[in-house]
Write a protein that binds this ligand. Structure first.
Ligand code: ZN
Ligand code: ZN
Length: 407
């Protein structure tokens, strides 16, 4: 990877992503395969004023061996020191950067029940930390760089798949221009404009329709707020949690979802692929589902807890975003979710309800915001998707036609 581009990449993540403040600590999750990326991030972090840059290393191949040989009980046990180390970051106001490069098929021959049980136990143990992340208690940003295995899945016939994938990632991150920071400020302003329209209209329902057979009414939570790329953390400092991001999103009402929705793209979950699936909802709950591929993985998501029977996010993304235009299936939610309108099974972001970060769990539930240990995005936006907003007085406005913003 070209060092100059990596430096621009890191600068974007620090300035627009976590919005690093002078004297702030940074923790970075990174694969050992991408040690050179971590090195650039460490140096750029210090140059931009970080107090301390700490790397938390991970490695798909040893994680796989753990899943293969260790018992579920051993894997599911989360040591107290690990939980404490995460909570330390919250207390000390560190920001967190996740540099993701996961091979989407890394765990494909591990039973879905084992992956599900471990992931459920870990999510439970780390709920305080993940709640803090979800309610913007600290500033965080998720980005991606290629790993060999991931790049070979995306470009199996290319002589240099890692270079090719990195080039595509650079394009989706809008880094292929003279002034990426300025470019991002403009992009954020455009998304804010859409969010403002949706907030002013305060729709009660969204009606999604397309030729796959999707015909679903998604009620929106009481006092829901549409957010876009830039959010405000609890300390009042703005940040962008995902780069790239194209989405404008809000909180559905967990009891007001009725109809059937079909997936538009495969979903890569815990190293498994779930494809060509549908979910049927009645009064907010999934009452039926099917999948041509990955039924067991879908089942394990839906059966995780009470909250995985419903959804916690509705996001709108136009089909002309750089990711959608690339036509590439990245097998990675960070990219694929930004290629298409999506919903998420599981927990709602408290910040998508007005003053949600100050409300109790009970108050959030009363407004219709879903709670769960899971949050799994799945893509539903097709090039012919129509989305109509329905106001409380039953008047309507078309928000999306032919998969693109109509406002
Ligand atoms: Zn989303
Ligand atoms: Zn989501």
């Amino acid at each position: 990877m070209n060092k100059e581009i990596l430096e621009k990449y890191a600068e974007l993540v620090y300035k627009i992503g976590v919005n690093l403040q002078k004297g702030q600590g940074v923790e970075i999750d990174c694969s050992v395969e991408n040690a050179e990326v971590a090195e650039v991030f460490t140096e750029v972090g210090y140059k931009l004023g970080a107090k301390l840059v700490n790397i938390r290393w991970n490695y798909d191949k040893t994680a796989y061996l753990n899943y293969k040989y260790a018992e579920t009980e051993a894997l599911a046990e989360v040591p107290e020191w690990f939980i404490k180390s995460k909570e330390y970051l919250m207390e000390k106001g560190f920001c967190r950067i996740a540099i993701d490069s996961e091979d989407p098929f890394a765990f494909k021959d591990i039973p879905a029940e084992k992956l599900g049980a471990v992931s459920k136990a870990r999510s439970k143990a780390l709920k305080k930390y993940s709640d803090c992340i979800m309610s913007n208690g600290i500033r965080w940003c998720v980005v991606s760089v290629p790993s060999k295995a991931w790049a070979e899945k995306v470009f199996p016939n290319d002589a240099h798949p890692e270079d090719k994938l990195f080039d595509e990632i650079i394009k989706t991150m809008r880094l292929n221009c003279d002034n990426p920071i300025k470019n991002w400020e403009n992009h954020i302003a455009e998304m804010d404009k859409h969010a403002k329209f949706l907030n002013e209209n305060a729709f009660e329902y969204l009606h999604y329709e397309n030729s796959l057979g999707t015909d679903i009414y998604v009620g929106l939570a009481d006092d829901h707020v549409w957010l876009s790329a830039q959010e405000e953390a609890k300390d009042g400092v703005k940040f962008v949690a995902n780069i790239p991001t194209e989405e404008v999103f809000t909180c559905p009402h967990k009891e007001k979802i009725n109809g059937k929705v079909y997936s538009a793209l495969p979903l890569s979950y815990n190293g498994q692929i779930i494809d060509k699936f549908s979910l049927t909802f009645k009064d907010g709950k999934i009452v039926d589902y099917s999948a041509e591929t990955g039924y067991d993985a879908l089942k394990s998501i839906i059966e995780t807890d009470e909250g995985t029977l419903s959804i916690g996010e509705a996001a709108l993304i136009g089909k002309n975003s750089p990711i959608a235009q690339s036509g590439i299936l990245f097998y990675n939610t960070l990219f694929d979710e930004n290629a298409s309108c999506h919903l998420a099974i599981g927990k709602a972001y408290p910040t998508t309800v007005r003053n949600g970060d100050k409300l109790s769990e009970k108050e959030l539930l009363e407004k219709g915001a879903n709670d769960s240990v899971e949050h799994v995005d799945f893509m539903i936006g097709t090039p012919d998707l129509k989305v109509t907003g329905i106001r409380k007085d039953k008047s309507e406005a078309v928000i999306f036609t032919d998969g693109e913003w109509a406002i």
